[in-house]
Write a protein that binds this ligand. Structure first.
Ligand SMILES: C[S@@+](CC[C@H](N)C(=O)[O-])C[C@H]1O[C@@H](n2cnc3c(N)ncnc32)[C@H](O)[C@@H]1O
Length: 242
């Protein structure tokens, strides 16, 4: 079941407006270019920002996500017809020979269940051609990002075009490492509606991810920083041998 923040139509509709700076995606576009990727699967594509950036550069893109709410937003965007959108996860992909599979925006952490995570890596491997790459980011547990996930540090009031004022904040509900659970609250000024969304993320360290990749037959080529979030993220670049 997707989290409400990804599924509820009212929350999906404001998802991008609340987080408009997608400078985090630039290194992924550059990586696709440097690898000469012509066919990309964006796993957990959300509202499709990366998929559309790549498609606009002539790349064949499959965008897959279990959240219909976010995919409906993706499908409504200019250029959406250039992307193949799929509701599902790595287990629902058709046979492909992709050059690159991406998981941006810490999708990896949203896949908290170990069996689902193993199936995700296996599914990514299976849609890659031999020699194709998988790249994804995950918050470095050593940076303890959750310590800032409280109302005081996260409270925002934003005025969104066509929506009006939205007040939003996040609060931890449980820290039971490696799992961290939290609740987003959204208050819509126009009608006073209050919506909440509960999520649980898994924080995996470098050694754990490396072992998980190896177990699914990947070769780890590099572990990088996210240039826009130095010291906070681990970005894994793995390859299907061939
Ligand atoms: C924080 S959003 C990031 C979306 C997008 N990648 C981006 O950078 O904007 C996390 C996404 O992971 C998706 N997700 C959750 N579980 C998933 C799974 N098992 N397989 C693929 N995506 C999943 C959610 O639906 C959501 O769209």
């Amino acid at each position: 079941m997707p989290d409400d923040v990804f599924e509820h139509p009212r929350l999906a509709a404001i998802y991008d407006a609340l987080d408009p700076d997608r400078g985090d995606l630039v290194p992924y576009v550059e990586l696709a270019e440097s690898l000469g990727a012509r066919a990309v699967v964006d796993l957990g594509c959300g509202t499709g920002v990366l998929a559309l950036l790549l498609a606009a550069r002539g790349v064949d893109v499959v965008g897959v996500d279990p959240a219909r709410g976010l995919l409906d937003v993706a499908r409504s965007r200019p250029g959406a017809g250039r992307v193949s959108w799929l509701v599902g996860d790595a287990r629902s992909l058709p046979p492909l020979q992709a050059d690159l599979v991406t998981m941006t925006g810490n999708v990896a952490q949203a896949i908290a269940d170990p069996g689902d995570w193993a199936a995700t890596l296996a599914g990514a491997r299976d849609v890659l051609r031999p020699g194709g790459h998988l790249v994804f980011e995950t918050r470095d547990p050593q940076a303890r990002a959750w310590t800032a996930w409280n109302r005081a540090a996260s409270y925002r009031s934003v005025e969104l075009e066509g929506v009006g004022e939205v007040r939003t904040w996040v609060e931890l509900t449980q820290v039971d490492l490696p799992l961290v659970s939290f609740r987003w609250t959204f208050v819509f000024g126009r009608d006073g509606a209050v919506l909440t969304s509960d999520s649980t993320l898994r924080f995996r360290g470098r050694d754990e991810v490396e072992a998980d990749l190896t177990a699914q037959g990947f070769v780890l080529d590099d572990v990088r920083q996210a240039p826009d979030r130095p010291g906070l993220e681990l970005v894994f670049l793995a390859r299907r041998p061939g």
